[in-house]
Design a binder for this molecule. Structure first.
Ligand code: SF4
Length: 797
């Protein structure tokens, strides 16, 4: 206990320095902190399974703890998905825990919004501040819950946060990463083949990866395994990108393409497959809907390789060869869907065209193709969601043809910032997301936040967005909390558990505890507002007691948060798989049926989780089986026609092309003297979770702007020169990297750099943020941000 107290005092000393300095200057390095922690030996020692949170992949890890200090993170071999690997980011996760800049206790703004001046507060004081503001806003807005918006980044705690903000608080205005990330890809594939699917890269013989830069953007264990099979070792990889990346280095064929022209490339591949009759005819006959219409559309439109060459810059012969080789390898051939942002206005049509082209080879729901995977069930925790009569529907619902449950970040932001929202949005809760760095047109995002009366940020670090908050609530890091148990759909399905490795440091809390505290504080005061303005509730109260309406109507906001996360997890697992499964999960961090007998060690680095004959490659129900020709099985796809949809009549009624169609007028041409700006990811950085990580910053301190070396010479720009890049919405200064590895008329730099938060010692102004210059435009189907169609000019400073 004494040691515990002394450690806390030490930590309090260090954080006080940060806050008194206006959250600007941490004075202790991570090494200093670690050295101090290492003196503490009175706390547990051992190995504890956890789940990495340094990117979206969620690899299983084992934390080695000695004397209460997390010394090392290692891979956990039991999780089939992560294949006994942990990448550089995963291993560097330890810095998220010991980052001297991390948020340590609640903070309340005392200066102007954005100037970084905060005072330390207790949790009670922070909750009281939020309560006072919320009561005032909801009273003035007559209980329109949607005047408080909320957003969240991807993570295991997202559902817990949503349970509070959507189900209990009742706001319709939710925004997550989907429309600044992969919504068009997910929806394009889902509406076409019934699911986004997984790529069985382990068994595919031919893979087209277009812009999905896996060696850098998502360097996950299966990426590493794939590269062991490329370049003459079993799988042919064709890589299409405006840049020659590290993925290109591992590919068998690299295809340089002009940004924004991928749809023309895929349509031409499809033309070759159809015109030359290379597609899988039995599969198509059994499984395609409106195939004849699509065949006619592609061939009549003249989407020939020669036509595509003029648009894409890819030689017609290369397109022909790729189409022929792909179909020859099919059905073990995949046009890789990727996890990407929306690039251009036609992105939804691009994803549809990719899915249809893949399906023409028959490689859907089969080994070596696109598979859907199976998922182990988990128990549920139902909570009653109250109905608020005055809560308005989401404000950007008409911004695109289909605005889904995760909204359209850019459309929402534009309406609020431009003062064009149909009702006032006066507050926002932000959890594990950093819109100031992740949403295009940073100046406009700032304008949106500046209009709000209440901004609450829940995070682990003082991000650029946190610096605009009225109240900052410090969440503990992923190594200090147990998160909701997760089940993953896969060829080798498994349930995983992120266990708490050490107790939360400082005064941080997991999001479930934060929601519990907030709900306890807000439940009664907000109920008073509902009683005052909600006529339905007033009518109900005429015949029923207040207690009944409050409790049974779900107005008691504390209801879902009464149990601990551990208790909730136990119920979810035991109710479906029994006590033994729970025991295994807690001990190993991973569970799947028959794990004890299936799991085998092959050598010191390699383990097998499922025997080959137990892996689940095909999940769709089939009919009309023809012995000896599995491709001719009729599969029941999860689409309206139960077949692969070539023609989407439902989209046509919304003014969207029913079939993938190239439209010249949608393509943004590059005027002389201008460039098209594109951005991407890096193998050691994943946005918010890595930006201040000194271990990773050792590998790359700042980002550089790629520019074609010939064009750089013409502009007098040499390596390391400071250049100014200007778009219609902003300008940045960044060092130049002239290189032949990027197509002309294109500028690139990596996302996730250029933070302006002075409270981030290591990330502060280390390069430039891409969203400072990306314009805030959306594509017309799902309202996704168009990330790669901004024109910029470049000059040497
Ligand atoms: S790929 Fe790396 S960063 Fe992502 S979850 Fe796995 S170990 Fe963590």
């Amino acid at each position: 206990m004494q040691v515990e107290i002394s450690r806390r005092r030490f930590l309090q000393g260090s954080v006080a320095l940060v806050v008194l300095g206006g959250v600007g200057g941490a004075t202790l390095s991570a090494t200093d902190l670690l050295a101090n922690f290492q003196k503490d030996t009175a706390v547990p020692t051992g190995t504890i399974p956890t789940i990495c949170e340094m990117c979206v992949n969620k690899c299983a890890a084992i934390a080695h703890v000695r004397g209460g200090i997390v010394k090392k993170l290692e891979p956990n071999p039991y999780f089939p998905k992560s294949r006994n690997m942990l990448c550089a980011r995963g291993a560097a996760g330890i810095h998220a825990l010991y980052d001297p800049d991390r948020l340590k206790y609640p903070l309340i703004r005392i200066g102007k919004r954005g100037d970084g001046k905060y005072k330390r507060a207790t949790w009670d004081e922070a909750y009281a501040y939020i309560e006072e503001k919320l009561v005032k806003i909801l009273d003035e807005e007559k209980d329109n819950r949607s005047c408080i918006a909320y957003c969240a980044g991807e993570g295991l705690g997202e559902h817990t946060y949503k349970t509070f903000m959507a189900d209990k608080f009742g706001s319709a205005n939710f925004l997550n990463h989907s429309t600044i990330c992969l919504q068009t890809a997910v929806s394009g594939y889902t509406l076409t083949i019934g699911g986004y699917g997984l790529a069985d890269l382990e068994n595919a013989k031919y893979i087209i990866m277009a812009g999905a830069n896996r060696a850098e953007a998502i360097l996950t264990p299966d990426t590493m395994d794939l590269f062991k099979r490329t370049r003459g070792r079993g799988a042919k990889l064709v890589y299409v990108d405006p840049r020659f990346t590290n993925t290109a280095m591992h590919a068998d064929t690299y295809v340089a393409i002009k940004p924004g022209t991928d749809l023309a490339f895929v349509l031409a591949l499809t033309f070759v497959a159809l015109f030359e009759g290379l597609y899988n005819k039995a599969f198509v006959a059994n499984n395609f809907n409106d195939f004849d219409k699509y065949h006619k559309h592609i061939t009549d439109s003249g989407y020939t390789p020669e036509w595509a060459e003029k648009i894409t810059g890819v030689p017609a012969d290369t397109i022909r060869t790729i189409a022929r080789d792909f179909m020859a390898a099919a059905p073990q051939a995949i046009y890789y869907a990727g996890r990407r942002t929306t690039w251009a206005k036609n992105d939804f049509q691009l994803r549809r065209a990719m899915a249809i082209f893949s399906a023409l080879g028959g490689g859907i729901d089969v080994k070596g193709g696109i598979v859907f995977g199976s998922k182990l069930p988990l128990g549920e925790h139902p909570a009653t969601a109250p109905l608020y009569a005055n809560a308005k529907s989401r404000l950007e619902k008409n911004a695109a043809a289909v605005i889904g449950a995760t909204g359209s970040w850019v459309a929402f932001r534009n309406l609020v910032a431009d003062g064009k929202a149909p009702y006032p949005v006066r507050g926002m809760f932000v959890y594990k997301q950093n819109p100031m760095l992740s949403v295009p047109d940073t100046a406009k995002t700032r304008a949106m936040f500046e209009k709000m009366d209440l901004v609450v940020v829940i995070d682990t670090i003082p991000s650029d967005t946190a610096m605009l908050a009225d109240v900052i609530l410090p969440e503990c890091t992923y190594l200090e909390r147990e998160d909701p148990v997760q089940s993953y759909a896969a060829i080798e399905p498994a349930i995983i558990l992120r266990k708490k490795v050490i107790e939360p440091m400082y005064e941080t809390k997991p999001v479930i505890d934060i929601m519990r505290g907030l709900s306890a504080r807000l439940s009664q005061p907000l109920w008073e507002i509902t009683k005052k303005y909600d006529e339905d509730v007033q009518t109900e109260l005429e015949t029923r007691s207040e207690d009944e309406v409050y409790t049974e109507g779900g107005y008691d906001l504390t209801e879902p948060f009464k149990q601990s996360q551990e208790e909730l997890n136990k119920h979810m697992v035991v109710s479906k798989h029994g006590e033994e499964a729970w025991k295994i999960l807690r001990e190993k961090g991973v569970y799947y049926p028959n794990m004890q007998t299936y799991f085998t060690k092959i050598n010191n680095n390699t383990y097998a989780c499922y025997p080959e004959d137990k892996k689940i490659y095909s999940v769709l129900k089939t009919e009309e089986a023809v012995v000896g020709d599995p491709a001719s099985l009729r599969r029941i796809f999860a689409t309206p026609s139960k077949k692969i949809e070539c023609f989407l009549g439902s989209m046509a009624t919304k003014g969207i092309d029913a079939m993938p169609t190239w439209k010249d007028e949608e393509y943004v041409r590059i005027p002389k003297g201008k460039f098209k700006f594109i951005s991407g990811r890096h193998a050691q950085f994943t946005q918010n979770s890595t930006q201040n990580n000194v271990i990773l910053l050792d590998l790359m301190r700042e980002n550089y702007a790629w520019i074609n070396d010939r064009e750089a010479r013409e502009l007098g720009i040499a390596f390391g020169d400071l250049v100014e890049i200007t778009s219609s919405v902003g300008k940045v200064r960044i060092k130049a990297y002239p290189t032949p590895k990027i197509v002309p008329e294109t500028i690139f730099y990596i996302h996730g750099f250029g933070s302006k938060s002075a409270a981030l010692t290591f990330a502060h102004r280390n390069g430039a943020s891409d969203n400072e210059i990306i314009e805030g435009n959306i594509e017309p189907v799902f309202g996704c941000a168009i990330m790669h169609d901004t024109l910029v000019s470049v000059r040497k400073v």
